[in-house]
Every structure is written in C-alpha cells, then in structure tokens.
Design a binder for this molecule. Structure first.
Ligand SMILES: Cc1ncc(COP(=O)(O)O)c(C=O)c1O
Length: 379
C-alpha cells in the first residue's frame, strides 16, 4: 500500500498524525459520553466537545452556539431541507421557489429535488457563465438559494457573498444555504462576510474523521421545530400522547439540533485537523504542474482551468472507467465517474471524468510519478 500515490484528497483527506493521536488519547484515556454525566470524566468530555465547537466557530467566524454537529455535508443538506420545509415549502405555501445550480453535488440538490417531486416547492436554476461559474446577474427570484461554494468537478471558488447579495436584492428574505464541502479545504470562510443562513461541510475532507459534519446556522432559534428527536435535546416534558397532551420544551441551540449521542471520537480529533489545515493548505502548484504537462497530450481533454483547486479531465477515445482501472492498477488513486455531480457532467456533455486532487501531504514527486503513469496509459 505504501507505493500508492494518493491523489484523491477531494474525496477524503488523509489524516494528520495529530488527529490520530488526539483520537487515540481520547479512546485510551478520557473516553465517556458527553452531556450525560456529572462525574469528572464526563464533564471533561463535555469540555472537550465545547472546545471543539469553539474551534470550529473560530475557523469560520461564527459563535459556538451556531455550530451544530451532523454526520457530514450530506446529512446537513438533507436536514436543512427538512428544517426549512416546515416554514418555507410546507402545506399552504406551495408557491415558494428554491434556486439550485448545475454545480451542485447530489447531496446539495437532491433533497430539494425531492421536495419538488412531492409537490412542495418550485425549482429554478442559478445561471452560469461560459466557464461554468455561477452568475450574480440575472438571478431569478428565490425563497431558498442553494449555493455550491466550490464544485467538486470544477474546483473554482464561487463569489458566495456576491451571489447572496444579488439574491437578496430580488428577495430580502431569501434563505441561503451554502455547500462548502470543497471550498473550505482551500479557502478561509467568514460566515459573517457571506451573511448566509446555513453552511455545511464534512470533517473527513479537512483531515478529521468520517461520520462528522458541521452545519452552521445563522439564527438557530428561528427554526422552531428541530428535525430529529431524542436524547439531549429536550429540557422538559410536561405531557405525553398517553395523556392526550404532548407537551415538551426544546433545549436551546445547538443541543436542540443534536439528538442522541454525538460522534465524540471524531469531534475530539477535529480541532487538530483544523489547526493542521489552517497551517498547511494543499499546494496548488502541483495542480498547475499537471495542467502544464498533461495539456500537451492531445488525447487528454482538461475541463478545469489552470488555477483550479482540482485537475479534472477525460480521455479522447478511451472509456473513463478503463482509464481509471489502468492507472489504478499502476498505483495511482484518483476519482473516476460522475463524482455525484451529474448535472455539471450533463452540461459538459460527458458521462464521466477523472479527477486529481491534492492534500497537504502530496509532494511534487507524487504528481510527477502520477503524470508519468497517466502518460504511459494514454500514449
Ligand atoms: C461539493 C460537495 N458537496 C457535498 C459532498 C458530500 O459530502 P459527504 O459525502 O462527506 O457528505 C461532497 C463530497 O464529495 C462534495 O464534494
């Protein structure tokens, strides 16, 4: 396995030693549940979770109680669709409009496509320019705006603040939902500058563990009803169905949105991942190297611009799965297929592509060896 060249950071990041150590320390020395006990060990875990929440908040310029732990971007986007459905697209308000885009990952758009399919909202598309960037001009009016801050196929940061400001001009009450799963790896996020209502990202793409995501909520108390129910999110139950009187009070946010036991080990590793990524962003000169070298091969059709965070391409005259299998057999790990982003592939007119992405661990040697192998497959 050590000969593998891992060029698939955008699918999931390898883990820094500090993250692994933080998780091992927790499991070996400090393990207990959070929010459930009053002994010293349990309150120590409560403090660790609070520290992790505060670290995430600092990372995106939010307040700790605006940070909700989820299981990933997918979970966050699905939850947001449910949370705002009550208010925006629910029974009696069927004329509300959700704006999505062809840059969206399936996890960002499908929850809203399904609301549409249940006759609960209308869908409109955010316009794109010839380079597949979202356009601030000519935005349709929308009640909800789903923004992919960086496509996992195109790798170009979008003007999130500009898009939100433009959407607000059409409707001051528009609810803005940002999928930052790829953007956050390469760019600093300031949720206050964006002035968005929701942001989602996944811990595993920033060097922390799987099973953990972050959902930022600008105003958590605005959303009266949470979408999940269980332990840790109710402060008082004063009636029940048996008494024909269902009556309870929610905890305040973020607990209100965190029913059940949290993925504690992953949360404890998260601050180390954020520290590491903040000091070691992926070196995008490696992507430029690939662009400059592989653009000389006429069979390699590059889709991404030279200054993209990703290198996405397809091969003229070779099925992309055959290409992927050949480079994979030679030890190069990259992403092949539609990348759960069918709509942009439809716009590009190709069924699938290959994507190279780099993390902080990748070196020039990795991409030189990767390019050697790609060239040997695409003669
Ligand atoms: C832009 C984008 N959004 C959402 C997701 C979904 O993330 P996850 O599978 O961690 O929930 C991904 C994953 O590749 C992504 O690239």
């Amino acid at each position: 396995m050590n000969n593998i060249i891992y060029l698939d950071a955008a699918a999931s990041a390898l883990k820094p030693e500090s993250v692994i150590q933080a998780e091992i320390d927790f499991l070996q020395n400090d393990y207990a549940n959070a929010g459930r006990g009053i002994c010293a060990r349990a309150s120590n875990v409560d403090n660790m979770v609070a520290n992790a929440r505060a670290r995430v908040a600092r990372f995106i310029n939010a307040a700790p109680d605006q940070i909700v732990f989820t299981s990933g971007t997918t979970d966050g986007m699905n939850r947001i669709a449910h949370i705002i459905n009550d208010r925006v697209c629910g029974a009696g308000v069927k004329n509300k409009t959700v704006m999505v885009s062809d840059l969206d990952h399936h996890s960002a758009r499908l929850p809203f496509e399904l609301l549409y399919d249940s006759d609960l909202c209308n869908i409109v598309l955010c316009p794109m320019d010839a380079q597949y960037n979202l356009m601030c001009s000519d935005l349709p009016r929308a009640d909800v705006f789903v923004i992919t801050a960086m496509s996992n196929v195109m790798g170009v940061p979008q003007d999130v603040a500009g898009l939100i400001a433009a959407a607000r001009k059409k409707n001051p009450d528009v609810i803005t939902v940002v999928d930052a799963a790829q953007y956050i790896v390469h760019n600093e996020i300031d949720v206050q500058k964006w002035d968005c209502d929701f942001v989602c990202f996944s811990a595993h793409k920033i060097g922390a563990d799987t099973g953990l995501g972050i959902m930022y909520m600008k105003n958590p108390e605005r959303w009266v009803s949470p979408d999940k129910f269980g332990g840790g999110m109710i402060s008082k139950i004063t009636g029940s169905a048996v008494e024909h009187n269902v009556c309870f009070q929610w905890e305040s946010a973020p607990a209100k949105f965190e029913a059940g036991t949290l993925p504690l080990t992953q949360i404890i590793g998260l601050p180390a991942a954020i520290d590491y990524l903040s000091a070691n962003r992926p070196n995008l000169d490696l992507i430029k190297y690939l662009y400059d070298r592989l653009s000389k091969n006429p069979r390699i059709k590059i889709i991404t611009p030279r200054d993209s965070a990703l290198f996405t391409f397809y091969i003229d005259g070779m099925h992309i799965l055959d290409f992927g299998a050949s480079v994979g057999a030679r030890g190069v790990c990259l992403r092949i297929g539609n990348m759960c982003a069918s709509w942009i592939h439809k716009c590009l007119g190709v069924a699938g592509t290959a994507r190279i992405s780099v993390g902080p661990w990748n070196t020039m040697d990795d991409v030189v060896r990767g390019a050697d192998i790609i060239e040997s497959v695409v003669k």
